[in-house]
Design a protein around this ligand. Structure first.
Ligand SMILES: *Cc1c(COP(=O)(O)O)cnc(C)c1O
Length: 363
């Protein structure tokens, strides 16, 4: 089976974890600090705050931005559930809007239509590794006095007009879950240039303590700390971030070449302002293709090819979220029936990619 994602774990990661275990210092310490400074440098931000996972990081970022009960936060309806759940965790209301038919990212025009006096922020997902249309989103945010939070879980290393993901929004959030482009099993990171947001994130992560005076609680906080084992893995991974990204882009290029001109299959659109880092290579199996998406998925499986369906349902179609669906979600609903991600991770061999291309052509 060719898996749809596979973490690259070398001896260096293993040794790094062993070094931490041998040191006896397992909770948030020097490795976490090192990761934060590596991340600030990588994203060109003033501050980075590491967390236990990407959902904790989103919760922390939203809290840091001042999102509170009664506020509305606009987010795409076509995303992972944590984008919406983190808004609920702040006691705020997610307001779902539809996505753009070409990029699958939040549609700025739909954002404009969803703004009310209660709207405080837009939680923007850079889906599959490509940034959303921040030219439009920033204009809208500025005119309406809204904050932008990047849900950058899938977009480490991506850029928009040359600016790194993690620096584009006012306060931003990454995930290092096992399948993400940079991973450490579980982990997250908040990035920002805003010192007030950074301090609030820092306090929120650790019971309201700022790390200077122990048992001095400045406010309510959680325990969202990252462990030294997690940080040790991520620190090694970050050495290869550009190599991993380039490998993903190269793999995607092979698919563009090998799968072009197939009637009924739509390949990912790359916005010319973006560097797409291909967290996923997601194609659309439309009704013009010979078989439908579910049959296509079954066919891949029978041929030993892993796949993912991100995502099977628009978020407004889940019980705990349906009350937040105020609009129609035509594009998202179509995508949920047509989208499928094929393996694009850096460990794929050229032969495996060719095998996948040939198998698709065989249909
Ligand atoms: C992975 C992911 C998250 C959550 O990250 P976890 O580390 O799994 O908690 C949030 N948003 C998006 C878009 C994701 O892909």
């Amino acid at each position: 089976m060719i898996p749809v994602s596979l973490p690259k774990i070398s001896d260096e990661e293993k040794q790094a974890v062993m070094r931490v275990l041998d040191s006896g210092m397992l909770a948030q310490g020097k490795e976490v600090e090192a990761l934060e400074s590596i991340f600030s440098k990588f994203c060109d931000t003033k501050f980075s705050v590491a967390t236990s996972n990407g959902t904790a990081s989103l919760h922390t970022a939203l809290f840091a931005a001042g999102i509170k009960p009664g506020d509305e936060v606009i987010c795409p309806v076509f995303t992972f559930v944590a984008t919406a759940n983190s808004i609920l965790m702040c006691g705020a209301t997610p307001v779902f809007v539809d996505v753009d038919e070409r990029t699958y990212n939040i549609d700025p025009q739909k954002v404009l239509e969803a703004i009310t006096p209660k709207t405080k922020a837009i939680s923007v997902v850079n889906l599959y590794g490509q940034c959303a249309d921040y030219d439009e989103l920033k204009k809208i945010a500025k005119e309406n006095n809204l904050l932008i939070i990047e849900d950058a879980a899938q977009s480490v290393g991506a850029t928009f007009n040359g600016v790194k993901s993690g620096k584009i929004g006012d306060v931003n959030s990454f995930s290092f879950y096992a399948t993400k482009n940079i991973m450490c099993g579980e982990g997250g990171m908040v990035t920002t240039d805003n010192p007030d947001f950074a301090r609030r994130a820092l306090l929120f992560r650790q019971h309201g303590q700022d790390g200077k005076v122990k048992y001095e609680y400045h406010m309510l906080g959680y325990n969202y700390r990252m462990t030294e084992m997690q940080a040790a893995i991520a620190n090694v991974q970050m050495k290869s971030v550009d190599k991993f990204t380039n490998q993903r882009i190269e793999n995607a290029q092979k698919y563009y070449e090998g799968l072009k001109d197939i009637n009924g299959i739509i390949l990912p659109h790359v916005d010319e302002r973006c560097k797409h880092v291909f967290h996923q290579y997601s194609i659309r199996i439309t009704d013009k293709f010979k078989i439908n998406r579910d049959e296509f998925a079954k066919y891949l499986e029978e041929n030993g090819i892993g796949y993912g369906i991100y995502y099977p349902k628009s978020l407004n179609r889940y019980d705990h979220l349906k009350e937040f669906g105020r609009f129609d979600y035509r594009v998202s609903d179509i995508l949920c029936n047509e989208i499928i991600s094929i393996p694009v991770h850096p460990l794929l061999t050229a032969d495996e990619i060719q095998f996948i291309i040939d198998k698709i052509h065989a249909i």
